[in-house]
Design a binder for this molecule. Structure first.
Ligand code: NAP
Length: 335
């Protein structure tokens, strides 16, 4: 069964292209002079594409940047330092398809007493075919969705993100990197939730979009759970628009060549796509704001199913149940 709006990556790419012509009302809100010297930011998947560009842009603007990569750590570190002119950058190992790697990363952050102002959950894959992880899930489900539930929970529970910060005005933030292709995906299918479903090349893009709807539904519920009486943590979502990145690196060769040409000619550079991400994750304009969605520099609504409280509650319960069933170090979010 198809869950996402698109069954064809070419149609999805052309829809992304059309989006580039929509009005971007906040595009002048982040100026070249804006600096974020007092911020500590985490960027997942920082060795490539959007994550790399966000890390460079943040470091250039004075933030301390903690980058995570599953590979190319030293090369990434040197490149970000060189391009940003900042030494205030570090790289840590994190493979989001491995539960052990997630726990080791969190243990390291806690041991080093890191305190984050902003978490950018950027890492993601677009797989043409299902692939099973060591813990038995479909890789795109684990990397693009469930690992983010784990990261947010563990970062909050270990106080690497401190939701009880003393400052009345400055609250930590989570920013989920999603995709507008999530719009019009199906309701979440709990019969197959977290199960390994062996889909083929034609369903890859459909699953990708659907998992982004699942991710956005979790982000909305996380915002609800954390901000019951007052805003303690900003939890927002962005689609960076069509970006000329390595996201199609696993596509079959013919498709990769065709899409690669489209990406090169008409998609935006990661450097340009990084600007609205930097804006939402550290700009003072977003202080005290939560449960908002931007499509590049445009404020927008996500798919309406995402805002249904009963959908959020069910996803919340089922996600933590699933985590507990596959990981003996699973935790509930301490509220
Ligand atoms: N490109 C677009 O047009 C577009 C549009 C909308 C949304 N997005 C979203 O933007 C985000 C960034 O993607 P991108 O376009 O910049 O693609 P990209 O160049 O392929 O970057 C993806 C990053 O995620 C990392 N990643 C993949 N699997 C991982 C794993 N198991 N553990 C840790 N890191 C992993 C990659 O690391 P490796 O290099 O090691 O694989 C890479 O650093 C994604 O969430 C994507 O869904 C992209």
């Amino acid at each position: 069964m198809s869950h996402g709006r698109f069954n064809n990556p070419l149609v999805a790419a052309l829809a992304g292209f059309k989006d580039l012509f929509r009005k971007q009302e906040f595009s002048d809100r982040l100026t070249d002079d804006d600096r974020f010297d007092d911020k500590t930011c985490l960027v997942t998947g920082a060795n490539s594409g959007l994550g790399f560009a966000v890390a460079v842009e943040m470091a250039k603007r004075g933030a301390k940047v903690i980058c995570t990569c599953r590979r190319l750590q030293e090369e990434t570190l040197q490149k970000i330092k060189a391009l940003s002119g900042s030494e205030n950058v570090e790289v840590r190992t994190l493979d989001l398809s491995s539960l052990d790697s997630i726990h080791a990363f969190i243990d390291g952050m806690e041991k080093d007493k890191v305190l984050l102002d902003s978490v950018i959950l950027n890492a993601g894959v677009a797989l043409p075919k299902a692939r099973e992880t060591e813990s038995g899930q479909e890789e795109m489900f684990l990397v693009n969705y469930l690992s983010n539930v784990m990261l947010c929970t563990l970062l909050l529970n270990r106080k690497v993100v401190n939701r009880n910060s003393d400052s009345k005005d400055i609250k930590p933030r989570f920013l989920f990197i999603s995709s507008d292709s999530h719009q019009e995906s199906s309701f979440i299918d709990y019969d197959e939730f977290g199960k390994y479903i062996d889909y083929g090349v034609k369903k890859g893009i459909s699953h990708y979009s659907y998992y982004k709807l699942v991710l956005n539904t979790y982000a909305t519920e996380l915002s609800r759970q954390l901000n019951k009486d007052r805003i303690e943590v900003g939890v927002n979502v962005i689609c960076p628009g069509p970006v000329h990145s390595n996201i199609i690196k696993e596509a079959p060769l013919a498709l990769r060549l065709m899409l690669g040409a489209i990406f090169k000619v008409i998609f935006r550079s990661p450097k340009k796509a990084a600007l609205p991400v930097v804006y939402m994750s550290v700009s003072p304009d977003y202080e005290g704001r939560t449960n908002e969605y931007q499509h590049m520099f445009k404020s927008k609504k996500m798919d309406e199913k995402i805002y249904l409280p009963e959908e959020g509650k069910k996803l919340w319960e089922r996600s933590y149940e699933l985590w507990q069933s596959i990981d003996d170090k699973a935790e509930e979010l301490a509220l």
